[in-house]
Design a protein around this ligand. Structure first.
Ligand code: HT9
Ligand code: FE2
Length: 372
């Protein structure tokens, strides 16, 4: 049997859409200006974040991690005899999304399915990427390029992401216990990026409940904790904490901060804290600075042992899950009803967002991949 000529029909290309990061010291300031354009980030915070990057030679790990993810996706697609090209675009650093669309056009592609390097619902982690797609599509339309863009469903509860995280956390706790630590002295922290509480309240499909961002993380943390306890016969409690807060001090952001919580846990007599960055898909700056540098130093001062769980990165189970999601999205676009595995819960998150989902609280901007 020869390979299907259009295996992802109606899509002829895959777009990996990410945040982007600087690659050398001279890139840091222009990158930060792009990230914060029109946002209310205090100068002190910007200088501080700039220092985090300079401390790593002015180079964020995120672009190399995306190159590795593209290579891993390519290998998995090839294994499935899918020769659809993968194009890469970022919000804040070259290759920007409009450059990616021009590249796609040069390769003769006309309809893309997008994979974002972000698993959860909120303005920063979902709608803003959809706005990037709308802006880029419009920018290239001015030069006569017509490209349609969809996205895979939000994958916070797709097993490729959630089960991989669960396995990584279970393995980390298993190692801690194997080393002889008493389970009663171990705590489990699930970490994600803090966001303004107003952004959390309005996250989700425009329903009255809101808080989709914190609820999705809490739900995943809860099932992972159950799985760890069931697998290792422990009774650990897990909880959600936050890192990387910015914005003016007067503006409320999601709490507690991971460092504050470490202090409280040390005071309670914990000796070992397993820190699982379920909010991030790879070890970019938030992970290597905010957790591996800053939170690790806090733990050190407190005499706590901090064990950091790996992010899903290019774990084969995660990469294979992303390709499953791409195939699933193509089947949906063809009008089929593919299986949509979900965990926790049984309800898949959406690939076409509801009207008013995760609104931009500053100015309404056009966004793709939604009903509005
Ligand atoms: C939810 C979320 C994710 C996860 C989802 C996703 O991955 O998209 C994420 C990822 C990332 N955030 C990143 C970097 C930055 N984020 C900033 C600012 C902000 N992030 C926010 C939220 C998020 N951010 C918010 C609400 C702000 C305030 C300004 C605003 O309302 O937009 C700033 C400005 C300085 C500061 O405020 O810290 C920087 C430099 C990098 C690159 C890291 C690298 O280079 O390795 C990555 C992957
Ligand atoms: Fe951020």
């Amino acid at each position: 049997m020869s390979p299907d000529p259009r295996p992802l029909d109606p899509y002829d290309g895959i777009l990996l859409l990410s945040f982007g990061g600087p690659e050398k010291p001279e890139d840091v300031l222009p990158f930060l200006r792009t990230v914060t354009a029109g946002k209310n980030i205090p100068d002190e915070r910007l200088e501080e974040v700039g220092e985090h990057y300079y401390g790593f030679g002015g180079r964020s790990p995120i672009n190399d991690q995306n190159r590795a993810l593209i290579a891993a996706l390519r290998a998995e697609l090839d294994r499935r005899e899918i020769d659809t090209p993968v194009i890469w675009g970022n919000r804040n650093f070259t290759p920007f999304v409009d450059e990616a669309l021009r590249e796609a056009h040069e390769q003769g592609l006309t309809r893309l399915v997008t994979v974002m390097t972000s698993a959860y619902s909120c303005y920063s982690s979902c709608r803003q990427y959809r706005e990037d797609l709308a802006a880029a599509t419009e920018a290239v339309a001015a030069s006569g390029i017509d490209i349609a863009v969809d996205k895979i469903r939000t994958y916070a509860n797709h097993p490729g992401f959630s089960r991989t995280n669960s396995r990584l956390v279970t393995e980390a706790v298993r190692e801690v216990l194997r080393g002889g630590t008493d389970a009663a002295d171990v705590r489990l922290l699930f970490v994600t990026h803090s966001i303004p509480t107003a952004m959390d309240e309005t996250s989700g499909p425009g329903d009255e409940v809101g808080h989709a961002y914190s609820r999705q993380h809490a739900a995943l943390g809860a099932v992972i904790t159950d799985e760890v306890n069931a697998t290792l016969d422990t009774d650990l409690s897990g909880e959600l904490v936050f890192c990387s807060r910015s914005g003016p001090p007067s503006q409320p952001w999601l709490e507690p901060d991971v460092n504050d919580r470490l202090e409280e846990l040390a005071a309670e007599g914990a000796t070992t804290v397993v820190v699982a960055p379920i909010g991030f898909v790879s070890d970019h700056m938030e992970v290597v600075y905010d957790l591996d540098t800053e939170a690790a130093a806090t733990a050190d001062e407190l005499g706590l042992r901090l064990v950091r769980v790996p992010t899903v990165g290019v774990d084969p189970e995660f990469v294979s899950g992303l390709v499953d999601l791409v195939e699933e999205r193509a089947a949906v676009a063809r009008g089929e009803q593919p299986a949509q595995p979900s965990w926790p819960g049984t309800t898949p998150l959406r690939s076409t967002c509801a009207p008013g989902c995760c609104p931009n609280l500053r100015t309404a901007k056009p966004a793709l991949c939604g009903q509005d």
